[in-house]
Design a protein around this ligand. Structure first.
Ligand code: ARG
Length: 265
């Protein structure tokens, strides 16, 4: 009998611990109770999230940052940004360190198995950046055979590059800024990024340009807010904010504003 009681207690305690762990969904109620929403993001992804000097202070700016603030406003709580490398952003939501992730995150079937996603708020496109003086050498994916192509660590572009430029050696870097520097210095011959981000770097570096060939869409071009599975009520609130910011043209406005900020080095 004693043994039975012990096993029963152990079972109850285990169930309780599992229920309390980060694996359950995020609810608007718990966010309102703690009076803040923790948002996992990254900081080298202009015009969506990046650092810029504002009134002499390094500040996180961009359209995703504004979207996060609008979500905080809707819930009536303050927004705490947790900045990390992109390959850690989703894991932070999974472990419960962050409530949501907003970082130009593409919705994929694989990610959908682990995370819940909001409605999409932006549609991206993959492009290849090369040095201007090499644009006539690298005119197709095949012409990049035996060359080194950079992608961001943990991004869907890792898979896109490996699949669509299979003859190249694809390397992953945590920092997009560093990747651009390696392209400029010739350690990389090409870089795969999404169009809006690529255009930002090209505008700031007149030795870089878009390659004259396109990559195929792989069905991962929708950006959405990610959270833990089972967060239906929270997603309803987030989707309402997304709908409003899209319908009112606010999101496009934020993207335009973001392009007026200079990205800190
Ligand atoms: N959209 C791509 C993905 O979801 C890249 C996102 C990178 N975001 C960033 N903030 N660096 O994999």
């Amino acid at each position: 009998m004693k043994k039975f009681c012990f096993i029963l207690t152990a079972l109850v305690v285990t169930c309780f611990l599992v229920a309390c762990s980060g694996s359950q969904g995020v609810s608007p109620k718990t966010i309102k109770e703690k009076k803040k929403i923790v948002v996992a993001t990254e900081s080298e992804f202009a015009p969506f999230e990046f650092k810029s000097l504002v009134n002499g202070k390094d500040t996180l700016v961009g359209a995703d940052i504004e979207l996060a603030k609008a979500i905080g406003e809707k819930l009536g709580v303050k927004v705490e940004f947790s900045v990390m490398s992109f390959d850690n952003v989703l894991a932070n939501v999974q472990s419960g360190k962050a409530d949501i992730a907003i970082a130009g995150i593409s919705v994929t079937d694989e990610r959908k198995k682990v995370y819940d996603f909001s409605d999409s708020y932006y549609t991206s496109e993959n492009v290849v950046i090369v040095k201007k003086d090499k644009v006539n050498d690298y005119t197709s994916t095949d012409s990049l055979a035996k060359q080194t192509v950079g992608t961001q660590k943990g991004s869907v572009q890792e898979t896109v590059a490996k699949k669509q430029i299979p003859k190249a050696s694809v390397v992953s870097l945590s920092s997009n800024g560093e990747m651009i520097n390696e392209l400029k210095s010739g350690q990389l011959q090409a870089v795969v990024l999404e169009k809006a981000i690529a255009e930002g770097y090209i505008a700031q570096n007149d030795d870089l340009t878009l390659a004259n060939f396109n990559l195929k869409s792989d069905g991962t071009d929708a950006y959405a807010v990610a959270t833990r599975k089972g967060s239906d009520d929270l997603l309803k609130e987030i989707n309402a904010v997304i709908k409003e910011t899209k319908d009112s043209g606010k999101f496009d406005q934020w993207l335009k504003e973001a392009s007026t900020y200079e990205q800190s080095k």
